[in-house]
Design a protein around this ligand. Structure first.
Ligand code: XMP
Length: 326
C-alpha cells in the first residue's frame, strides 16, 4: 500500500476555529465519498474511534452503524459512557454487544501474556465480523487511523483491522482523521462536543484490563482490579493529577498474601499502582505522588475493594520496566 503523506502546508489544528474548518471540510468529503451508502465503525470508546464516530454522525447521521463490543475488559463505566454519549446524546445508530462471557470463557486458565493478547484480538475480530455479517448494505468501513499509525506501520491499526471479513464483503475505507496527530484529534473531538473525559482520556491498551489482571484472569480478581482502578482514577481526578500524569492504572497479580481485616485473617491480592509520564511511550519516568494521597488511596482500596489487602507502588522507569506489566 502506498504511504499517505501529510502535506507540509497543512496547518496544525490547535484552535476551535481551525477544528471547525477541518470538520466542515471533512463532512463535505465524507458525504461525497459515501453518498447514500452505509458505513460500519468499530467504536471502542477510545479517543480516535470516538472522534471518527462523531464526525461521521455529523456527516451522515444514521447511515453510520457503530458497533461497540464490550469484551468485559473495559474500565469501570466505559461501555456505559459509549452508550450514553453515542446512543443517547448523539442518537447514533449504535449496536452494543456485551461479549464478556465469550471473552472470559476463552481466556479462562490462560496465563501467558502473548496468548491472552492473541485470544482477545482474535475474538474481537470474530465478534465484530459476526455482527457485520448480520448487517445489510454496508459498503464502507470507518477507521480511527491517525497519522502516527501511518508513520509507524502500513496505515492499518492492528486491532481495528477487521481482517476476518469475508472476501465478498470488501469495503471502502473512511478514515477522516488519518492525517492528524493525536493532539489535533483531541481538539477536533472537543469542537464536535465530545466530553473531556472521552477526548482527554489517557491511553488504554486494546486488550484492556486483560493485561493488568496478571496471569490467568478470573472474574473475581478482574472485578477487584476494575474497582481499585476506578478509585485510583477518581483520586487522581480529584487531586489534579489526572491532567498531569500520562498514564496511571492498577495491576493485580495472581497471588495472595496474608492480612487482617475486622480482627480476622484476610487473604487478598495486592493492587499495584503504576503512574508514568512519557512523550512517546518508548521511555517513561515515574510520577511523584504525594505520600498523603498514596495513604488515602491505599486506605480506600484496601477498605472498599473486596479481595484486595495490600497496595504497592511500582517505581520502575521504562526501561527497564515496560509501562504495562504484561
Ligand atoms: P509498554 O507496556 O510496551 O506500553 O511499555 C507502551 C504503551 O502502549 C500501550 N499498549 C498497548 N496499546 N494495544 C494497544 O493499543 C496493546 O496491545 C498494547 N500494549 C501496550 C500501553 O498501555 C502503553 O501506553
Amino acid at each position: 500500500m502506498e504511504k499517505i503523506i501529510r502535506p507540509e502546508t497543512m496547518e496544525r489544528i490547535t484552535t476551535k476555529e481551525l477544528a471547525d474548518a477541518f470538520i466542515a471540510e471533512q463532512v463535505a468529503e465524507i458525504r461525497a465519498q459515501v453518498g447514500d451508502k452505509k458505513v460500519l465503525l468499530a467504536l471502542s470508546g477510545g479517543v480516535d474511534s470516538s472522534v471518527v464516530a462523531a464526525l461521521l454522525i455529523k456527516a451522515i447521521g444514521k447511515q453510520l452503524v457503530c458497533v461497540h463490543v464490550n469484551h468485559g475488559l473495559m474500565r469501570k463505566g466505559e461501555s456505559e459512557q459509549v452508550i450514553e454519549v453515542f446512543g443517547k446524546e448523539l442518537d447514533a445508530n449504535l449496536i452494543y454487544i456485551d461479549a464478556t462471557d465469550r471473552f472470559l470463557d476463552k481466556l479462562a486458565g490462560v496465563a501467558e501474556p502473548e496468548k491472552k493478547r492473541k485470544i482477545i484480538g482474535n475474538e474481537f475480530i470474530e465478534v465484530f465480523d459476526e455482527e457485520a455479517a448480520k448487517l445489510e448494505g454496508i459498503e464502507f468501513l470507518g477507521q480511527g487511523t491517525i497519522y502516527p499509525d501511518i508513520l509507524e506501520s502500513d496505515g492499518v491499526k492492528a486491532h481495528h483491522n477487521v481482517g476476518g471479513l469475508p472476501e465478498d464483503m470488501k469495503m471502502g475505507l473512511v478514515e477522516p482523521v488519518k492525517l492528524l496527530y493525536k493532539d489535533e484529534v483531541r481538539v477536533v473531538g472537543s469542537a464536535l462536543g465530545l466530553p473531556d473525559s472521552m477526548v482527554y482520556r489517557q491511553p488504554f491498551p486494546g486488550p484492556g484490563l486483560g493485561v493488568r489482571c496478571l496471569g490467568a484472569i478470573t472474574r473475581d480478581r478482574l472485578h477487584a482490579l476494575r474497582e481499585a482502578d476506578a478509585i485510583l482514577r477518581e483520586e487522581f481526578d480529584k487531586n489534579g493529577l489526572a491532567g498531569k500524569v500520562w498514564q496511571y492504572f492498577i495491576a493485580v497479580p495472581d497471588f495472595k498474601s496474608v492480612g487482617v481485616r475486622d480482627d480476622k485473617r484476610y487473604e487478598g491480592w495486592p493492587a499495584i499502582i503504576r503512574a508514568v509520564n512519557t512523550v512517546d511511550a518508548m521511555t517513561a519516568t515515574i510520577e511523584e505522588i504525594p505520600y498523603e494521597l498514596l495513604h488515602h488511596i491505599t486506605h480506600r482500596i484496601t477498605h472498599e475493594v473486596e479481595g484486595i489487602n495490600r497496595v504497592c507502588l511500582d517505581l520502575t522507569p521504562k526501561p527497564i520496566g515496560t509501562i504495562e506489566w504484561e
